[in-house]
Design a binder for this molecule. Sequence first.
Ligand code: ASP
Length: 310
Amino acid sequence: MKNFSIAIHGGAGTLVKGMMTPELEARYKQDLKLALDAGYAVLEDGKTAIDAVELAVKILEDSPLFNAGKGSVFTATESHEMDASIMDGNTLNAGAVSLITGIKNPVSLARDVMEKSEHVFLAGEGAMQFANELNYTLEDASYFYDEFRHQQWIEIKDTDSFQLDHSTKKDSKFGTVGAVACDQDGNIAAATSTGGMTNKKWGRVGDSPMVGAGNYANNKTCAISCTGSGEFFIRGVVAYDVACLMEHKGMSLKAASEEVIHKRILEIGGDGGLIAVDTNGNIAMPFNTEGMYRASKTSEGKEDISIYKS
Ligand code: ASP
């Protein structure tokens, strides 16, 4: 049996020690632990990395604390438009959805695109039609309503600005969730899900559903899930860039992910972080912001749940 491991994130951003009440901090850690343990149990059972990342992301989507699924931020038209993707490093199969509404678990719809359609990426109406054909039930707007997020939107709704959930405001919550895992067969997978950015307009799509930008998995190198300023992560093709540094420059998982997050994405003006795993179960979780909600667990008995810089 090979080493197996899982890492998850709930977004990176302006997360400074002391900005949250101890109770709220405990809730974040509790929800991270729920997702981490559930994903880890899948791996411990000998099931696949793709099953583990889907389940971990579903649990984070069900938490109102993170900007994905239930906790998604408001768009300019006071709705919720979600993006998600999933990729299997063993087969290089991938599935992605964007601009979807009312779906409780966007990551599962992304997986269905991967497994039950001949396509990789479905957006908007087409994605919703596909969900309808698979008999997905739609949640109404009240399921996604969160007072804090509504307030965040009210504050900027009449402006032209759109805001990362991890904005420079010290009291902001942060968003996007993701998971990467390496299973007992040494197969790796990645999944990412987000509500995007508060007050986003005109069908804006971020990096999270884009294969190679916010999410990527390839058994040759690594599985990656990103969080941060999506426009920059798209231009930096961040997830694939980490894989390229490993494949073409022979860099380790840690060195490649740190090079991208602490150098290459900063050079083009992006901020955020990523979680990464390789087929030996090694984990890296670099971020260039003040904090990142993150957790990891390995079959060697290492477990970590953190928010701030250590
Ligand atoms: N990367 C996400 C996006 O741009 C946002 C985030 O990570 O919070 O949609």
